[in-house]
Design a binder for this molecule. Structure first.
Ligand SMILES: *Cc1c(COP(=O)(O)O)cnc(C)c1O
Length: 355
């Protein structure tokens, strides 16, 4: 910290992203990236001719991408906000709506929420999950606070129904309810159909996971036009050209390829089921994940020991030190081959530990 940093930021603890190794050959199952490349339509959209236009600014209204997303979800362009990754959309949400009431979040969830709150001047309160990691929905019903819930949740993978989201949104009519659907395409029930009836609901999604564009940084929010206008006030007061020209084109191409999305997510869900069965056969506890990762607790070895042994063999997964989950690992679903290798390496480690 320099002696110049604003005093109000002295206690900020930044979010720590999963490791992104540069060299070496790692099996990377630690940041929930899609194992498959983006849609071929995306690759075609990123032509040399488009790159040559990079001397020009991108469209600050992002009209092409906003229109394509609106059409995809049966909403109007006024219902759509796009950001530089859903992280930026979430940040603008904390910035815009966190001034008057705290944000209530599940205690075990996306680690960025408390960081955004701290940085952007919003208060943050956490509700513990139940023993089985399920959401204590009643704590959010009629809470009178803003709400942020990841659905499906990370790192647990557990999802709540649209009906539960509706109850939370309808019972807090004077607060904003943000549903972070980063993983919804892998088996969750989306809250998007509630947007027309709940003017306090913001549904946030990303192109990073199911649409295989983590490196392009595209996220969006769907909500009432007044909420979307507020997010645009934040954006135009901060970074009007928040998506670059190539990202806008890639996003439009990706949203148009429904078939590719369905195919990719179907494959990942099939691999998830197979991997879960293999790990259960090895004695693991495995939650009922509706995301592109599994949340698992090994038997016969501690979580930290398995994490270290995997890493020593070039396999990266994610774990946290929070006491309730210190023995659990979050494992991204890769390709069939990658997961077969993961299961084989894990089996070897367990055998060695048993000796
Ligand atoms: C990955 C993730 C995001 C952020 O994704 P972006 O790449 O910024 O779009 C947001 N929320 C959750 C819960 C995530 O796991």
């Amino acid at each position: 910290m320099s002696r110049f940093l604003s005093r109000k930021f002295a206690g900020v603890e930044p979010y720590v992203p999963g490791e992104q190794p540069r060299g070496g050959s790692f099996l990377k199952l630690n940041t929930n990236e899609n194992p498959y490349p983006p849609s071929p339509r995306v690759l075609n959209a990123l032509s040399r001719g488009e790159a040559e236009k990079l001397h020009l600014y991108s469209d600050p209204a992002a009209a092409g991408l906003v229109g394509a997303i609106a059409a995809r979800f049966g909403l109007a362009p006024e219902n759509v906000f796009v950001g530089n990754g859903s992280d930026e959309v979430l940040a603008f949400s904390f910035l815009a709506f966190g001034g008057d009431a705290p944000f209530l979040c599940p205690a075990l969830s996306y680690g960025f929420y408390p960081v955004f709150a701290r940085l952007l001047g919003a208060r943050y309160e956490a509700v513990p999950l139940r023993e089985d990691f399920s959401l204590d929905a009643e704590a959010f019903v009629g809470c009178g606070k803003n709400v942020v819930i990841a659905n499906p949740n990370a790192p647990t993978g557990l999802a709540v129904s649209r009906q539960t989201v509706r109850r939370i949104a309808r019972s807090n009519p004077d607060r904003v309810v943000v549903i972070d659907e980063a993983y919804v395409d892998f088996g969750g029930e989306s809250a998007v159909p509630l947007v027309p009836e709940c003017d306090n609901l913001l549904v946030v999604q990303t192109f990073s996971k199911s649409r295989a564009l983590a490196g392009m940084r595209i996220g969006f929010a769907l909500g009432n036009p007044a909420l979307i206008a507020d997010l645009n006030t934040m954006k135009f007061s901060f970074n009007p050209y928040n998506l670059d020209r190539l990202a806008l084109l890639a996003g439009q191409a990706a949203i148009a390829d429904e078939e590719y999305l369905a195919d990719c997510t179907r494959r990942i869900c099939a691999t998830r089921a197979k991997t879960a069965a293999a790990l259960r056969a090895l004695g693991f506890a495995v939650t009922d994940s509706k995301a592109n990762f599994l949340f698992v607790r090994p038997r016969g070895i501690s979580g930290p020991a398995l994490f270290a042994a995997l890493r020593a063999r070039g396999v990266l997964v994610r774990r946290w030190d929070d006491p309730e989950i210190s023995d659990w690992l979050r494992v991204t679903i890769g390709s069939e081959d990658e997961m077969a290798r993961f299961v084989a390496v894990t089996g070897e480690i367990l055998q060695e530990a048993a000796r």
